[in-house]
Design a protein around this ligand. Structure first.
Ligand code: SF4
Length: 466
C-alpha cells in the first residue's frame, strides 16, 4: 500500500517561505517519494518548480533562493500506476483570473467521470483528478467567480477524498472533504501575540520542523483562507455526518509515529494495538520483533503485554529512493532484501513473534518470512496490527483489486500456509478501534466493506485513480 501525497501551504511575510516549505515537505517525504514540487507567488506571478524524485533531489539551495515571495504551497507525491511521469507531479498550475492558481491535492475523487461529463471534458485527455479539479476551477473563474467561490462550486459536486491547498495571488486556501478522510492541520509561526505567519500541512511534524505551533486540525468540509492579514474560516461544504471518517490506516501505517491525529499521538496508538493483539493471541516465543517502521511500536506493546522480551531482528535501509530490480531477480524477494536485512545473532535458533502492520497481497510477507527462516529462525509467529484487508480503497490509497487481496480470497489458515509462517493472527476490528480510542470517527471500509462515501464502481471491481 502506498499513501498518495503530502501537502503544505505557508503564508509568512518576511520569512524565507521556500526553505520553510522544503523542510515541511522533507518531514512529509514518507507520504510520497515519486515527485515533489512547490508553487510561490511573487511580483504578480506564480512560479512552479516540480520534478520526479525525492524532495532533496528536486530542490537545490539555489532553486529555493530563486523562489521569492511570502506565500508558497508544496506537494510530495506517490503516483499510482500509469501516471508516474513528470506531468503528473504537483502543484498543478492553471492560468485563470488575475494571476492563475496552483493546486496540491492529497486524496482521490471518486466521481471524476460524472464531473467531467457534466462539462464535456474528455477524461482521457486529463492526467489526474487534480487536473480535473484545476480545469473545473479555471472554467468557473473565467465565468467570473472568485477562486474561493469557484472552490465552493466545484468541490460541492466532488465526491471522495480531498485535502487540498490552493495558491492564488496573496492567499492560500486549505480545504478538506466533508468526511475528513485525509489529515490536514494548521500551525502558527511566531507567538500568539505576534504571529509571523501560518502553515497548513498533512501532518503535525511538518509544523514542528519549521518551529510552528500546532493550532488545530481543519474540520471536515471547512476551508481556511490564509493571507498576510491572518486566517479566515468558512464551512465551505456540509460535513457528511456527525462523525468524521479519518482513514484508520493513518494510525496503523501511513502517518509518522510523532504525528498527532485527532488528539492522539500515532506512536502511542500503535503500542496499544500491540498490547491488545497480545491479549488476543497467546503464543510461546523467545523474542518479539517488529517490522520497521510501523511494526516496532506495536511489537513493543505486544512484548509489554505478553511478557516476551522485545528485540530487534531487522535493520531497515532508510535511504531507499528510486530502485531498479534486475529482470532475472524475484521482484518481491529483491525488494524486501533491499529494504530489510536480518540481525542473524538475534534470530538464530529463536522462536520469533513478528509484528507487522498489514498484509495486502501477501507476497512481501512471504518473502520476509523466508528471509527470517534463512537467517536461522526456529519458528515465525506473525501478528498483524490491522484486521484482514478485504476491500480496495478508493480514497487516496493505492491498493490492488479484490482479486489480488490475499484476505479477500483466503481463510486465515490458508494465508498462514501461503506465507509460510508457523501461526498467523490479526488484531480484531474491535481491538483496533479500542487502541485508537476514537468512537466511530475513522473510515475502515477496506476492512469491513462499509464505504462511508459512494464508490465509483460495483464493489469488487477494479478501483483506484483513472
Ligand atoms: S478504505 Fe481503508 S485505506 Fe481507504 S480511506 Fe478507508 S480506511 Fe483508509
Amino acid at each position: 500500500m502506498k499513501e498518495a501525497c503530502g501537502v503544505v501551504g505557508i503564508v509568512a511575510p518576511g520569512r524565507d517561505v521556500a526553505h520553510l516549505c522544503y523542510d515541511a515537505l522533507y518531514a512529509l517525504q514518507h507520504r510520497g517519494q515519486e515527485s515533489a514540487g512547490m508553487a510561490t507567488y511573487h511580483n504578480q506571478q506564480i512560479t512552479v518548480v516540480k520534478d520526479n524524485g525525492l524532495v532533496s533531489h528536486v530542490f537545490a539551495d539555489t532553486t529555493l533562493r530563486a523562489l521569492a515571495g511570502s506565500i508558497v504551497i508544496g506537494h510530495t507525491r506517490y503516483s499510482t500506476s500509469g501516471s508516474a511521469n513528470w506531468t503528473a507531479a504537483q502543484p498543478v498550475y492553471r492560468s485563470a483570473g488575475r494571476s492563475g492558481f496552483a493546486i496540491a491535492h492529497n486524496g482521490n475523487l471518486t466521481n471524476t467521470s460524472a464531473l467531467a461529463d457534466a462539462q464535456d471534458i474528455r477524461v482521457t485527455s486529463m492526467l489526474s483528478d487534480s487536473d480535473l479539479v484545476a480545469e473545473l476551477l479555471a472554467r468557473s473563474v473565467e465565468r467570473g467567480a472568485s477562486l474561493a467561490e469557484a472552490l465552493g462550486e466545484v468541490l460541492s459536486g466532488a465526491e471522495g477524498a480531498f485535502s487540498m491547498v490552493i495558491l492564488e495571488a496573496e492567499a492560500v486556501h486549505a480545504v478538506r472533504d466533508p468526511y475528513g478522510f485525509r489529515p490536514l492541520c494548521l500551525g502558527r509561526l511566531g507567538t500568539e501575540d505576534e504571529p509571523e505567519g501560518w502553515i497548513v500541512a498533512s501532518e503535525s511534524p511538518a509544523l514542528d520542523v519549521v518551529g510552528a505551533t500546532f493550532i488545530r486540525e481543519i474540520r471536515p468540509g471547512e476551508m481556511l483562507t490564509i493571507t498576510t492579514e491572518g486566517v479566515e474560516s468558512v464551512q465551505l461544504l456540509e460535513p457528511a455526518g456527525e462523525k468524521q471518517k479519518l482513514c484508520i490506516f493513518e494510525f496503523v501505517y501511513f502517518a509518522r509515529p510523532d504525528t498527532y491525529l485527532m488528539g492522539h499521538q500515532v506512536h502511542t496508538t500503535r503500542r496499544r494495538m500491540g498490547e491488545l493483539l497480545a491479549g488476543q493471541s497467546v503464543v510461546e516465543a523467545d523474542i518479539v520483533m517488529g517490522v520497521p517502521d510501523s511494526g516496532i511500536p506495536a511489537a513493543e506493546g505486544f512484548a509489554k503485554a505478553s511478557g516476551i522480551p522485545f528485540g530487534y531482528g531487522l535493520v531497515k535501509n532508510r535511504y531507499i529512493g528510486r530502485t531498479f530490480i534486475a529482470p532475472d531477480q524475484d521482484k518481491r524477494a529483491a525488494s524486501v532484501r533491499r529494504k530489510l536485512n536480518p540481525l542473524r545473532e538475534n534470530i538464530e535458533g529463536q522462536r520469533l513473534v513478528v509484528v507487522d502492520d498489514s498484509i495486502v497481497r501477501g507476497t512481501t510477507t512471504q518473502a520476509l518470512v523466508r528471509m527470517l527462516r534463512d537467517a536461522g529462525a526456529k519458528e515465525v509467529h506473525l501478528r498483524i496490527s490491522s484486521p484482514p484487508f478485504m476491500w480496495p480503497c478508493y480514497f487516496g490509497i493505492d491498493t490492488p483489486t479484490r482479486d489480488d487481496l490475499l484476505a479477500a480470497n483466503h481463510s486465515i489458515s490458508e494465508m498462514n500456509a501461503f506465507i509460510g509462517s508457523d501461526s498467523l493472527e490479526f488484531i480484531t476490528l474491535e481491538n483496533l478501534r479500542a487502541a485508537i480510542r476514537l468512537d466511530g470517527e475513522c473510515c475502515d471500509a477496506c476492512l469491513t466493506g462499509n464505504y462511508p462515501a459512494p464508490v465509483p464502481v460495483a464493489l469488487g471491481a477494479a478501483g483506484g485513480r483513472w
